[in-house]
Design a protein around this ligand. Structure first.
Ligand SMILES: N[C@@H](CCC(=O)N[C@@H](CS)C(=O)NCC(=O)O)C(=O)O
Length: 220
């Protein structure tokens, strides 16, 4: 099927970490999709035509099975239920709760505090300059990553939950990508770096990486 005819459509942006999570999940499950790219820096996610189909005005949105799904974790859980191959959640309830908790520490605690609109407001309404915004970003990121590192320090598998990446790694890799952009010192987080490096060896993670997306700039 030509990509243009693919019924599964991801509305995203190459550097959106929430879209990056969904790209990883789609790739791990081997689901073919096409992308509609919105330029977040130019505010395209706030335009009326996007809000008509994605009322939250956030990236990503996934069109699938006649639905328009928002919120990356909800999207990934939908994919998990529709495409059980390459499971992203363990089968045992306590282990499922643990993976969700680890993923939510990234997606619901660190990420919202450092989202584009939060950083923009710090600048526009509170006079923050680049240095202050950087400090803000690094504070929340380091605090959250510290909690995660402590929670995972005694885990031993190649991935957090054993032999295969999970919902947690779908969230971890984009968060560390962003952390590097903001010059967060990742030295104190050896287990997180180890998990990130294991994921980087998998084709699904390579394919989902920001620089591989159609809207990524061709020059660095
Ligand atoms: N909790 C949402 C977060 C979505 C989100 O905030 N996406 C960012 C891009 S990573 C966005 O659209 N930000 C718009 C803005 O800050 O103006 C999810 O997981 O999908």
């Amino acid at each position: 099927m030509p990509a243009s005819a693919c019924p599964i459509v991801l509305h995203g942006y190459w550097r959106s970490s929430a879209a990056y999570r969904v790209r990883i999940a789609l790739a791990l499950k081997g689901i073919t999709y096409r992308q509609v790219c919105l330029n977040m820096l130019q505010g395209e996610h706030l335009h009326a035509d996007y809000r008509k189909i994605a009322p939250f005005g956030l990236i990503p949105m996934l069109e699938i099975d006649g639905l328009r799904l928002q919120q990356s974790l909800a999207i990934i859980e939908y994919l998990e239920e529709r495409y059980p191959r390459a499971p992203l959640l363990p089968s045992e309830p306590a282990a499922r709760a643990r993976v969700r908790a680890l993923a939510q520490l990234l997606a619901c605690e660190i990420h919202p505090l450092n989202n584009l609109r939060v950083l923009k407001r710090l600048r526009a309404r509170h006079g923050a300059d680049d240095a202050l915004v950087g400090q803000w970003y690094r504070h929340w990121c380091e605090e959250g990553l510290g909690a995660l590192e402590a929670a995972l320090a005694s885990s031993q598998g190649t991935y957090a939950m054993g032999d295969a990446p999970s919902l947690f790694e779908c969230c971890l890799v984009p968060q560390l990508y962003n952390a590097r952009r903001y010059h967060v010192d990742l030295e104190p987080f050896p287990r997180l770096r180890e998990l990130d490096a294991a994921c980087a060896r998998l084709p699904a993670f390579v394919e989902a990486a920001p620089q591989r997306q159609p809207d990524a700039p061709t020059t660095p």
